[in-house]
Ligand binder design. Structure first.
Ligand SMILES: Nc1nc2c(ncn2[C@@H]2O[C@H](COP(=O)(O)O[C@H]3[C@@H](O)[C@H](n4cnc5c(=O)[nH]c(N)nc54)O[C@@H]3COP(=O)(O)O)[C@@H](O)[C@H]2O)c(=O)[nH]1
Length: 738
């Protein structure tokens, strides 16, 4: 309040001075920034315009005469203020307060009120009051207070640690941060960040990094490992920022969030996740292994089924269809031929003397040979034809669309192909086939009949000299029945003593003397009568019975020779026919020695007649066998010479003792120049190689004369004697020419 002007006494105050003071007072009241009012008791005497303006009155005049009560929210608040003001003001002091007042429109506002008595000694003179509208200020303060309270609440109750740092030292932090690091209230104030940082090196690295970030106005965010008071560690997610980007001296605020549990939980979760993934991977691997196993099992099963099917339908050795598959294909082919009226042929093929290969060279060579033969058969026919193996050395070829002409062409090609030798190890082998051809429908309307017919025709090809083919004829079936009959009867022939040996003398042409006889087998069946060896020997060979029969012949012939020698024919020798199958028996040399030894007959008294074919298939083994026999003293001759394939080199190597000129050349000597040429050539060749010659089937004097002229050593034939049983007639003949 303005100082009370010193008022001159009435008798000294000039009127113009009063006026001036009033003017000054008026100016003061008008220009004052606060409201000023003069009160007398509780009534406003006078006030300035600002006072009226604050209280919402249009002019100061309106307030003149108003009581102080009307300016307060209620009478009580007015009286409370009045009492407080009076006490102070009576002491001559200025009363000052902030209180709520009422504007003219009834709204309340905060005012800053000051009052002073004009004369504390004379309170009745009134008082002067100043009023300032601090409502906006109070509201701002209230907002500020609220904000500060809220901030403090946040600070105190935040679930993150909040730190204020200045120049590397903590100036303030909340309880959460202290609790997080295990410190008591205020314990961390003034500590360096290093104090609660787990690793010094890490802190130095981070400190620089943080400083760099903050300097360029960025905030820092990262994970840190902080150290607890008790030595434990806390993993924190930290965000750090300058409090005032323009004034680094204001320091930094750090928000730290304890993520230890979260990190551990995340690590545990990651571990569980990894374990789960591992389990999933393991399970997936197991599943894929199981799936693979299943696939493999299915493939194995499929392979097994294929294999079972294959084994049921194919020959494991050659890979050719077997009888079952042949039957299937034949049935289909017959059906097709019937539907289309097309021709169809079956060829039954049997290898000639295949058994010799097995017996002499072993089954491995035999099997290899069969595989090569199968390939060759397959290469001869067309794709749509079937080549099947139905037995050891038996093949059936099914030729859809082939008539008699076509089948004959195929058979010719097969014969042609078979002439090429097979090379197995060091063996060079040739294997001729005998074939029978049957045609649909005339020779069979179904698979069984058709193949049986072809089989019968094949049998006849064998009878007709082998290495050829024959078409089936109805007559053949009857003859086959005969062969079957012979086969069965032959099994019992030895036991029933139905076999007998006849002997035919072999006469030295120059002297007319008999040096040896040939043993020739005879079979007189009680019901079938006499059966020619030409008919039953092939049956015995085919069925393998020739081994037993051949041994019987050898024993009996040697025994008979022994008897004759004992009866005075001391120099007599004997020739025994040896079937190729016998010759290829590995134990033959031992058997021969044992028989000769048992009969006490010298080995050179025995001559074994072999056919040219024995050496064709396997000359090396044949040579070995011959060497063995010869080394034991036994003589070897080649029977039916001229009909086979002997080569000069072979003859020389085999060291054959004698060549027996086949009777087919001898028979026509009288009128066939070719035969004469052949016979004379054979004799000259034998002489050149140091071999003896015997002409077979000599029936006439002219034949004998020619043979003598040519220098043939021996003759055998009806001209001298038919083959005779070992009786008196023969003995007389032999003694007469001994
Ligand atoms: N493996 C064996 N084969 C044998 C044996 N015994 C005989 N055979 C072979 O059988 C074929 C036929 O023999 P066979 O009916 O006995 O005929 C022989 C003679 O009887 C016959 N021959 C003799 N002289 C004449 C003649 O002047 N004219 C004429 N038409 N035929 C005659 O020739 C056959 C001679 O045989 P071979 O000297 O062996 O050639 C025959 O191939 C016999 O080899 C045996 O035990 N085992």
């Amino acid at each position: 309040m303005p100082e009370r002007p010193s008022v001159p006494s009435s008798h000294t105050v000039l009127p113009d001075a009063v006026e001036r003071i009033q003017r000054e007072q008026h100016t003061l009241l008008a220009s004052a920034g606060v409201g000023i009012a003069f009160m007398h008791g509780q009534e406003i005497v006078r006030c300035n315009e600002r006072f009226a303006e604050i209280l919402g009155y249009a002019s100061a005049r309106e307030l003149a005469g108003c009581t102080g009560t009307s300016l307060h929210p209620d009478a009580r608040s007015f009286l409370r203020l009045a009492r407080a003001a009076r006490t102070r003001m009576l002491q001559g002091l200025t009363f000052r307060t902030e209180c709520q007042l009422r504007r003219q429109d009834g709204t309340l506002f905060w005012g800053d009120v000051s009052g002073r008595l004009i004369d504390p000694q004379a309170p009745g003179e009134g008082s002067v009051w100043t009023l300032d509208d601090i409502d906006a200020q109070r509201q701002a303060q209230a907002l500020l207070n609220t904000a500060l309270r809220e901030r403090q609440l946040l600070f105190d109750h935040a679930s993150v640690g909040i730190i204020f740092m200045r120049r590397g030292h903590l100036t303030r932090c909340n309880g959460h941060f202290e609790t997080m690091l295990g410190y008591g209230p205020g314990e961390l104030i003034g500590t360096s960040a290093r104090h609660w940082f787990a690793s010094a090196a890490e802190w130095e690295r981070l400190e620089q990094n943080i400083a760099r970030q903050l300097t360029v106005g960025l905030s820092f965010e990262g994970e840190m490992m902080l150290s607890r008071k008790d030595g434990g560690t806390v993993i924190c997610e930290v965000r750090c920022k300058l409090i005032d980007a323009h004034d680094p001296d204001q320091g930094t605020i750090w928000i730290t969030d304890d993520i230890t549990e979260r990190t551990q939980a995340q690590a545990a979760l990651a571990k569980v996740h990894e374990q789960l993934e591992q389990q999933v991977r393991d399970r997936t691997r197991e599943l894929s292994a199981t799936v693979e196993d299943l696939h493999r099992e299915m493939a194995d099963r499929k392979r097994d089924q294929d294999r079972i099917y294959w084994l049921a339908h194919y020959d494991p050795l050659t890979g050719l269809p077997n009888r079952t598959l042949l039957a299937d294909r034949s049935t289909q082919a017959i059906q097709l031929a019937r539907d289309n009226g097309a021709p169809l042929a079956a060829i039954f093929l049997d290898l000639d003397h295949f058994k010799h290969v097995n017996d002499s060279l072993g089954h491995r060579v035999g099997d290899t040979l069969l595989v090569q033969i199968a390939k060759r058969l397959r290469s001869v026919v067309r794709e749509k034809d079937t080549v099947s193996r139905i037995g050891g050395d038996e093949f059936v070829l099914l030729l859809p669309g082939a008539n008699a002409h076509g089948a004959a062409r195929v058979a010719d090609k097969l014969l042609e192909a078979s002439r090429q030798p097979y090379q197995i190890d060091h063996h060079e082998l040739t294997m001729a086939p005998s074939m029978g051809i049957a045609l649909y429908p005339q020779d069979g309307m179904d698979f069984d009949t058709l193949t049986q017919s072809a089989d019968v025709a094949m049998y006849h090809a064998k009878l007709d000299g082998r290495n050829t083919y024959r078409f089936f004829t109805p007559e053949m079936r009857a003859q086959s029945l005969r062969a079957l009959q012979l086969e069965n009867a032959l099994r019992r022939a030895l036991d029933r003593d139905e076999l007998q040996l006849h002997y035919q003398p072999q006469v030295r042409i120059r002297t007319g003397r008999v040096h040896s006889v040939e043993a020739l087998l005879r079979w007189n069946h009680p019901k079938l009568g006499p059966i020619s060896p030409s008919e039953f020997i092939p049956v015995a060979e085919d069925t393998g019975q020739i081994l037993q029969i051949g041994e019987w012949v050898l024993r009996n012939a040697v025994a008979q020779l022994k008897a004759w020698r004992s009866a005075g024919l001391a120099e007599l020798k004997i020739a025994v026919n040896l079937s190729a199958i016998q010759f290829h028996q590995p134990q033959l040399p031992d058997l021969v020695s044992q028989i000769l030894h048992a009969a006490a007959v010298p080995p050179d008294a025995l001559e074994l007649e072999l056919t040219e074919g024995v050496a064709v298939n396997d000359p090396r083994t044949a040579t070995e066998t011959m060497d063995q026999l010869r080394s034991r003293g036994v003589r070897l001759s080649i029977d039916d010479f001229g009909t086979g394939y002997s080569s000069l080199s072979q003859l020389k190597r085999f060291q054959i003792y004698k060549l027996k000129i086949d009777q087919s050349f001898v028979q026509d000597l009288d009128h066939d120049g070719n035969d004469r040429a052949i016979v004379s050539a054979i004799i000259r060749m034998a002489q050149a190689l140091g071999m003896q010659t015997t002409a077979e089937g000599v029936e006439t004097d002219a034949q004998l004369q020619f043979l003598r002229d040519m220098g043939c050593d021996e003759a055998q034939g009806y001209y001298f004697s038919r083959p005779l049983p070992p009786g008196e007639e023969l003995l007389d003949f032999l003694k007469g020419r001994a």
